[in-house]
Design a protein around this ligand. Structure first.
Ligand code: DX5
Ligand code: ZN
Length: 226
C-alpha cells in the first residue's frame, strides 16, 4: 500500500531503565527511534502512575528527536501548558478523558504544539469524527492503556482502516500503541498506521540490542508498504 506519511518507529520510554533515563533516551534515538514516545499516567484515568512534566523537561536537552507525549490523565487541561513548556512537540489526549476534548485540542494548538487524539480499544472510531480538523494525529490503542508488555488486540486493525478512510485527504498521521512487535507491525502498517509505538519490543535486551530491535519492527512494517 502507499502512504504519504513516512513510517515512524516511536520507542516508548515506559520500557526504559528509569535510573538511567537520559542516557537511554539518547541511546534509543541514536539507534534509530524516529520519535520518543512519552507515556504520562496519573493513577486515575489509567491504573498506573509514571511521571510528569519535570521528567520531560529533564530529558529534553538530551536529544533533538521529536517528543510525542501521550497523556493518559484526567483532567488534562490544567497540565497542557506545563507539558508544552517542558518540550513536548506533540501532545495526545484521550477522547475518553473528559467532556471537552475539542477545547483541550484548541488549547494545545494555542500553545504552538501538534495535537493528537487517542482512543481506547473499546471506543468507536466515530468519536473522533468531529475532531479531525483539530488534530495532526489519531492514536489508536492496541492494548488497554496503563502498562507496557501487554498482548496486541488485533481487532483494532479494522479501526485503523476505518480511521484512515475517515481522514481522507487530511494531513493526519495514524499511530498505534501497544503490543507492537515485528510480528504485529505488518498488520497495523497494512491497515494504514504510519507511526508505530514500541515499548518492550524496542528496549528489550539493553542498549546493544536497540538498533536491531528498531530495524526489525521497521523492516517488517516497511515490507507491507509501497
Ligand atoms: C500503554 C502505553 C504504551 C506502552 C506500550 O499504556 O501507552 O505506550 O508503553 O508498551 P508495549 O510496546 O510494551 O506494549
Ligand atoms: Zn503510549
Amino acid at each position: 500500500m502507499t502512504s504519504r506519511h513516512p513510517l515512524r518507529i516511536a520507542p516508548s520510554i515506559l520500557s526504559a531503565d528509569f535510573a538511567r533515563l537520559g542516557e537511554q533516551v539518547d541511546q534509543i534515538a541514536q539507534a534509530g527511534g524516529d520519535w520518543i514516545h512519552i507515556d504520562v499516567m496519573d493513577g486515575h484515568f489509567v491504573p498506573n502512575i509514571t511521571f510528569g512534566p519535570q521528567i520531560v523537561k529533564a530529558i529534553r536537552p538530551v536529544t533533538d528527536t521529536f517528543f510525542d507525549v501521550h497523556l493518559m490523565i484526567a483532567p488534562v487541561d490544567p497540565y497542557l501548558e506545563a507539558f508544552a513548556e517542558a518540550g513536548a512537540d506533540l501532545i495526545s489526549i484521550h477522547v475518553e478523558a473528559g467532556p471537552h476534548a475539542h477545547r483541550s485540542l484548541q488549547a494545545i494548538r494555542a500553545l504552538g504544539r501538534k495535537t493528537g487524539i487517542a482512543l481506547n480499544p473499546g471506543t468507536p472510531v466515530e468519536a473522533v469524527a468531529p475532531l479531525l480538523d483539530m488534530v495532526d494525529l489519531v492514536l489508536l490503542m492496541t492494548v488497554n492503556p496503563g502498562f507496557g508488555g501487554q498482548a496486541f488486540i488485533e481487532s483494532v486493525c479494522s479501526k485503523v482502516a476505518a480511521v484512515k478512510a475517515m481522514i481522507g485527504d487530511r494531513p493526519i498521521e495514524i499511530e498505534v500503541d501497544g503490543g507492537v512487535t515485528p510480528q504485529t507491525a505488518p498488520l497495523v502498517a497494512a491497515a494504514g498506521a504510519n507511526v508505530l509505538v514500541a515499548g518492550s519490543a524496542a528496549f528489550k535486551g539493553g542498549p546493544e540490542a536497540y538498533a536491531g530491535n528498531i530495524s526489525a519492527i521497521r523492516d517488517a512494517a516497511q515490507a507491507v508498504r509501497d
